[in-house]
Design a protein around this ligand. Structure first.
Ligand code: ADP
Ligand code: GLC
Length: 481
């Protein structure tokens, strides 16, 4: 079975969120299952710098819509084969994968991800210039959403799977981009790529893909509703027979408290006391009062309304009177960043925020915090709550999407059943979040129950085996069709 996995980010090369983690770990798990998988990725400067020994395979010139590009071959640090699109005009610049240094979307994102989508389709056609031809092309989020559309209108050979990691980002561009990106004009209609008079990359993927997946069973249901369908609920519920929710796994080697090089002291279930050295280190590094007994809340994530960071900032002054401490790591919304830094200044020693992206610190927070905060308004899957459980740091989560599917609320019954692993609240507002945080603090002070909770968290299997097998089944099914 040959699979082309097209994506706009892959850890550790280039990462803005969970898509990068999944794009590294899922192909690796499939590779282990003897799937002949290749990842296709744009050649951002971060990628070319990290992999200086890529080989030039072929030149690709899709006239008149795209500049000339070269396909480079190599492999990821985990051994998975990689195809990198080198195109200096579209990808080699400062800033990030989607935005410039000031957080503004690149004005040519339609061309940048149009090219990624177009090349993924080209390599999946019967007349692909490569000898290696995939049976399946696996697309991820809007950045590769046009691939199924291009394939539909060409000499397509591969079947395509479209995975929705986050429906909130859709890749919406003005209608003239349809022709500029070389799509036939007849696809610009409601039964096609049109979305309220614009071109939608995400809709294109959802409309033309042979199969749609999303990253948790609960989110698969939620995106068919008005509340979380972002305008695509009609199409998604129409296609529900071809829509599967498969829970993400995590890379259990990368995220292992027993071997994690970012920790002050490694620990595991039988030596959980080692966790306290990480709490001390985190308090020290973030300028908090060193206190082993005060419950320490941690949050890592993009500062956006999705993540409910606004609610955490709102309750922060009350949270520390429980009493407790709070550490925040993230970046994004300018106003949220400002408030986080203001709280750090005002409640020095009790609240501390680091605004920016810091992989090492994110690991230390998972290990050093006592309780992890993830009050997302919506969450397709979420990885941080799984990392935190693996690190013995029970999470406080809102009952949504993948958070429902990965966290069991701590109560008398779930404790008795040995499945309690965190604290879940239903109503997305500040009082509910604060009450649930308080419930977590009370439980924290009952050492026996807390140990049981940590145990339940740490023995959970969040590995990829089962989910990779579910993707494998879908590929097999499509190949038979
Ligand atoms: P999303 O993809 O919606 O951002 P996930 O929970 O799936 O949410 O994945 C987020 C990933 O990005 C995790 O690996 C998390 O640790 C990481 N991350 C987010 N913000 C930061 C940050 N500021 N510094 C380091 N890592 C971060
Ligand atoms: C998205 C979602 C997140 C998910 C990640 C990886 O960014 O917001 O919930 O875990 O993709 O699938």
């Amino acid at each position: 079975m040959r699979v082309l996995f097209a994506t706009s980010e892959v850890a550790p090369l280039i990462k803005t969120g969970g898509l990068a983690d999944v794009s590294a770990a899922l192909p690796a798990a499939l590779h282990e299952m003897a799937v002949d998988i290749h990842i296709l990725l744009p050649g951002y400067p971060q990628v070319l710098k990290a992999l200086p020994h890529l080989q030039v395979a072929i030149e690709i010139y899709i006239q008149p819509n795209f500049p000339v590009a070269r396909l480079l071959t190599g492999s990821l640090p985990n051994g998975v084969p990689l195809l990198v699109i080198e195109c200096a005009e579209l990808y080699e610049r400062g800033g990030g994968a989607y935005q410039d240094e000031h957080g503004l979307d690149w004005p040519d994102n339609a061309q940048r991800f149009g090219l990624l989508s177009r090349i993924a389709a080209l390599l999946s056609c019967a007349d692909s210039p490569l000898d290696w031809k995939p049976d399946i092309v696996h697309c991820n989020d809007w950045q590769t959403g046009l691939t199924p559309a291009y394939l539909h209108f060409s000499n397509g050979a591969a079947r395509c799977v479209m995975t929705v990691h986050n429906l909130a980002f859709q890749g919406i561009f003005p209608p003239q981009m349809v022709a500029e990106l070389g799509l036939p004009i007849e696809c610009f209609q409601p039964d096609g790529v049109e979305f309220y008079d614009n071109l939608s990359f995400m809709k294109a993927g959802l409309y033309y893909a042979d199969h749609i997946t999303t990253v948790s069973p609960s989110y698969a249901n939620e995106i068919q509703t008005d509340a979380l369908g972002f305008g695509l609920q009609g199409l998604l519920s129409y296609r529900r027979e071809s829509l599967t929710g498969i829970l993400n796994g995590i890379d259990t080697t990368e995220w292992d408290p027993a071997t994690d090089p970012n920790l002050a002291q490694p620990y595991n279930l039988s030596n959980i006391n080692g966790k306290s050295a990480n709490k001390r280190e985190l308090q020290k590094r973030m300028g908090l009062h060193i206190d082993p007994d005060l419950p320490l809340f941690g949050l890592v994530g993009r500062f956006t309304p999705q993540k409910g960071v606004d609610l955490v900032l709102e309750i922060a002054p009350q949270l520390i009177t429980l009493p407790a401490q709070l550490v925040l790591l993230g970046s994004g919304d300018v106003e949220m960043q400002r408030i986080a830094l203001e709280l750090t200044h005002h409640y020095s020693g009790q609240i501390s925020a680091y605004v920016g992206f810091d992989e090492g610190l994110s690991h230390l927070i998972e290990a050093g915090a006592d309780i992890f905060l993830m009050p997302s308004r919506f969450e397709p899957c979420g990885l941080n709550q799984m990392y935190s459980q693996r690190y013995g740091t029970p999470p406080v989560v809102h009952a949504t999407g993948g958070l429902i599917d990965t966290v069991s609320d701590c109560n008398t019954i779930s404790l008795k059943q040995g499945i309690a692993s965190g604290f879940v609240f239903n109503s997305m507002d500040a009082p509910s979040l604060l009450a649930t945080a308080q419930r977590a603090v009370l439980t924290y002070h009952d050492k026996k129950i807390w140990r049981a909770l940590q145990y339940n968290c740490m023995i959970k299997d969040f590995g990829w085996d089962q989910s990779a097998a579910a993707y494998h089944d879908i590929y097999t099914h499509l190949m038979r069709r």
